[in-house]
Design a protein around this ligand. Structure first.
Ligand SMILES: Cc1cc2nc3c(=O)[nH]c(=O)nc-3n(C[C@H](O)[C@H](O)[C@H](O)COP(=O)(O)OP(=O)(O)OC[C@H]3O[C@@H](n4cnc5c(N)ncnc54)[C@H](O)[C@@H]3O)c2cc1C
Length: 372
């Protein structure tokens, strides 16, 4: 029998960040993940400087033998309109590869690792949880991403009645010839919003790796949108014509639309499993990490008493950090057609692209790193 204070199901950014904070506070922590690491995760791999600060990552150390691509500018376009370039002059974000980033965070967490083992079930035994019939824990944290089994255990209707973002992505290393011909600058990711504003595609170069993807509300004709986007990038010389497009798909919830339970006696849910990705950009790594750190703080304060009422501060902290789940009531009163044409007009102005779309929605510069 294995025993720990806290068992975390899922070793992605949410799980490993929470584990590290709990370990630093002296708790016995175990991470269970069905994958063996390093493992890949469908993701563009873009992180903001606040993530680096929150996790106290020494970027020089991280960059040794790993991809860390500084981003100093963006190209942003809408439909067939001419895209705009916005230059910042210094690094405002970074590109990472999830197979490297997640492995680094997991190894650094200091938790005991049970990798390659799937969560199969859990039940109460002598006031503790017994997971997979061989791990005993006082508290279980669900950090298993969008399809987290612990979230399902708490009653989340995964995939049913949930307004999810469906996305497809491909990441590959270009050979020397492809890299020389690639028309995308590594410091300047490109974002292309669809005319109906239901999603966007990206083309993001990280050193010699190229990451191309597209995410939309719902999965109606997603593959068609992805293929059309890929062909357009090829025609523009941004993607090598001889590169093959083995896209992988994944879904996730945006904060405003997610309604999953995040708490029960002896159970907490963090990261994508709780539906926390920023509504406008889909950035999910930062909220996943922040929820892990907030959960850890509540757990430490609970001092071994993990009844729901002792953990309730977690819900308050999420609300305080991310705001109410509902979107603006005022905006909802404006008819969709008017909202769309206003948004299309704004997105073609330099001011809106820089100050609102990039600074506020994508870089979240108005919200400083979480300090705990
Ligand atoms: C196409 C795409 C592009 C994205 N691009 C970005 C981006 O550029 N920047 C950004 O900030 N966010 C991005 N996101 C969102 C981001 O990927 C997620 O928000 C983030 O990975 C959430 O982290 P997490 O730790 O909650 O979950 P995950 O990273 O999904 O980790 C969950 C872990 O749980 C494990 N697990 C799952 N089920 C079980 C089980 N039954 N038993 C045991 N283990 C299990 C998995 O193996 C996995 O390791 C993107 C998402 C998509 C789909």
């Amino acid at each position: 029998m294995d025993a720990c204070d806290v068992l975390i199901v899922g070793g992605g950014p949410a799980g490993s960040s929470c584990a590290r904070a709990l370990r630093l506070a002296g708790l016995q922590v175990m991470i269970l993940d069905k994958a063996s690491f390093p493992r890949d995760k469908v993701c563009a791999g873009w992180i903001t400087p606040q993530v680096v600060e929150e996790l106290q990552i020494d970027i020089r150390d991280y960059a040794r033998g790993r991809v860390l691509q500084p981003i100093t500018a963006f190209t942003a376009g809408l439909g067939q309109h001419a895209p705009r370039s916005v230059h910042y002059g210094s690094a405002v974000s970074y590109g990472i590869r999830r197979c490297e980033f997640d492995h680094y965070l997991l190894a650094r967490s200091g938790a005991q690792l049970r990798l390659g083992e799937t969560w199969k079930g859990m039940r109460q035994q002598d006031g503790r949880w017994l997971i997979n019939d061989h791990i005993s824990a006082a508290l279980v944290i669900g950090a298993g991403g969008h399809f987290c089994p612990v979230a399902r255990f708490l009653g989340a209707q995964l995939g049913k009645d949930e307004r999810a973002i469906a996305a497809q992505e491909v990441e590959f290393e270009m050979n020397e010839d492809q890299a020389a011909r690639c028309g995308v600058s590594a410091e300047q990711p490109e974002l292309y919003f669809s005319e109906d504003l239901k999603g966007y595609g990206w083309c993001f170069r990280k050193g010699n790796f190229l990451n191309v993807g597209l995410g939309r509300e719902g999965n109606h004709r997603l593959s068609e949108h992805v293929q059309a986007f890929w062909r357009r990038l090829q025609a523009q010389g941004k993607v090598p014509v001889d590169a093959s497009a083995h896209f992988k798909g994944h879904a996730y919830l945006l904060y405003s639309y997610a309604r999953r339970p995040v708490l029960a006696d002896g159970v907490m849910i963090i990261g994508d499993a709780a539906g926390l990705a920023y509504t406008q950009s889909g950035e999910g790594i930062r909220p996943a990490i922040e929820s892990g750190l907030l959960a850890a703080q509540v757990i430490v304060d609970a001092a071994g008493d993990y009844r729901r009422e002792r953990l309730a501060g977690y819900e308050d902290k999420l609300l305080e950090r991310f705001g109410p789940r509902e979107g603006s009531a005022l905006l909802k009163q404006i008819p969709t057609g008017v909202r769309l044409s206003l948004a299309r007009h704004l997105m073609q102005t330099r001011w809106f692209t820089r100050r609102v779309l990039l600074d506020r929605w994508f870089l979240h510069t108005h919200q400083a790193a979480l300090r705990i």
